[in-house]
Design a protein around this ligand. Structure first.
Ligand code: IPM
Ligand code: MG
Length: 363
């Protein structure tokens, strides 16, 4: 049976990296019995320029109908001054909501040979393997009321609302505990329970889900400011982290940098059926867009997550990850992970090297 994928290149470096992931996908189809039908759609600034909408309805419909979405990145200075509703970032947030992609998985895994690319000392990060699970469709990102209003006094005020329903916390907690069971069996839930009632409630709900359904999984809690510090002090103390939308946004950028380059990190955003959208953690990098400089590995590793989570093809996911690892072990590097003596390559060559290694592995 063939799988329907929707490919959304987006803006900035998005098209360049997605093109490399497509080559990897083509090769997987050549080498194995994987059958994939791909459609393409626009979103973000690219869509706005063509249609006047950053998230065209046709893209939403295609995304709802397909098995999974592979997405590059969206946004850029060109569209920053548009009304918020038309901005590329709003398109991504809307698509996450439309598809109910509440569970965002952001692994931070350090490939051994990249330990020296981290800004932290080798011994602090060597062997790092943590997974941040970020609630993605609730919290302050979506809470109402929101906006900037003018008061009777003539002064303005800005309002955003941090709101979580019990069910939203329960379902993300289940995801975290289940995944922890397949790993080191530890969940750390991160909140600001000492100040914010909503996150004190978050802590209570996560605790109750753990006690009721996963007594075998070790659960701890940490305040977000301490967690930010612990992530750079002793990151290997964590296994699975589960946290709110905004805390997850911030902490996942920190954990990305632990691994040496944000250009290496994939992510999965899943619904209840593990259908989802797969994208690199990094953004559109407008400063290097179109220059064949961007690292396509985060995008290729996002394809591996798609194979693992939506298609349940663990073997193929392993092969893609191994191919990536072999390439970087050979010292082949894009500028973001370059060191003296390595072989500096462009985006397209990095992609071809992964395809070659895949051939070696699967033939
Ligand atoms: C991310 C990004 C997005 C977010 C932006 C682009 C809306 O930073 O996926 O982490 O804040 O969720
Ligand atoms: Mg972010």
């Amino acid at each position: 049976m063939s799988t329907n994928l929707l490919l959304i290149p987006g803006d900035g470096v998005g098209p360049e990296i997605l093109a490399q992931a497509e080559l990897v996908l083509d090769e997987l189809c050549n080498l194995t019995d994987l059958e994939v039908i791909c459609e393409h759609a626009d979103m973000g600034g690219a869509a706005y320029d063509k249609t006047g909408h950053s998230l065209p309805q046709s893209t939403v419909s295609l995304a709802k109908d397909c098995d999974a979405v592979l997405f590059g990145a969206c946004g850029g200075p060109k569209w920053d001054s548009l009304p918020r509703a038309n901005r590329p970032e709003t398109a991504l947030l809307r698509l996450r909501r439309e598809l109910d992609l509440f569970a965002n998985l952001r692994p931070a895994i350090l490939f051994d040979c990249l330990a020296s690319s981290s800004s932290l000392k080798d011994n602090i990060v060597a062997g790092l393997d943590i997974l941040i699970i970020r609630e993605l469709t609730g919290g302050i990102y979506f809470g109402e009321p929101r906006g900037v209003e003018t008061l009777d006094s003539g002064k303005q005020r800005g309002v955003n609302t941090l709101v979580y329903h019990e069910d939203e916390i329960t379902r993300i907690a289940h995801v975290a505990f289940k995944i922890a069971r397949q790993r080191d069996n530890r969940v750390c839930s991160i909140d600001k329970a000492n100040v914010l009632e909503t996150t004190e409630f978050w802590r209570q709900v996560v605790t109750s889900v753990g006690e009721t359904h996963y007594p075998d999984v070790e659960l701890s809690h940490m305040l977000v400011d301490n967690a930010a510090m612990q992530l750079v002090r002793e990151p290997k103390q964590f296994d699975v982290i589960v946290t709110t939308n905004m805390f997850g946004d911030i902490l996942s950028d920190i954990s990305a940098m632990l691994t040496g380059s944000i250009g290496m990190l994939p992510s999965a955003s899943l619904d209840l059926n593990q259908k989802g959208l797969f994208e690199p953690v990094h953004g559109t990098a407008p400063d290097i867009a179109g220059q064949n400089k961007v690292n396509p590995l985060a995008m290729i590793l996002s394809l591996a997550m798609l194979l693992r989570y939506t298609l349940k093809q663990d073997d193929l996911a392993d092969s893609v990850e191994q191919a990536v690892e072999r390439v970087i072990e050979k010292g082949i590097r894009t500028p973001d992970i370059y060191f003296e003596g390595a072989l500096l390559v462009g985006t397209d060559q990095m992609g071809s090297e992964v395809v070659n290694e895949l051939r070696n592995l699967l033939n």
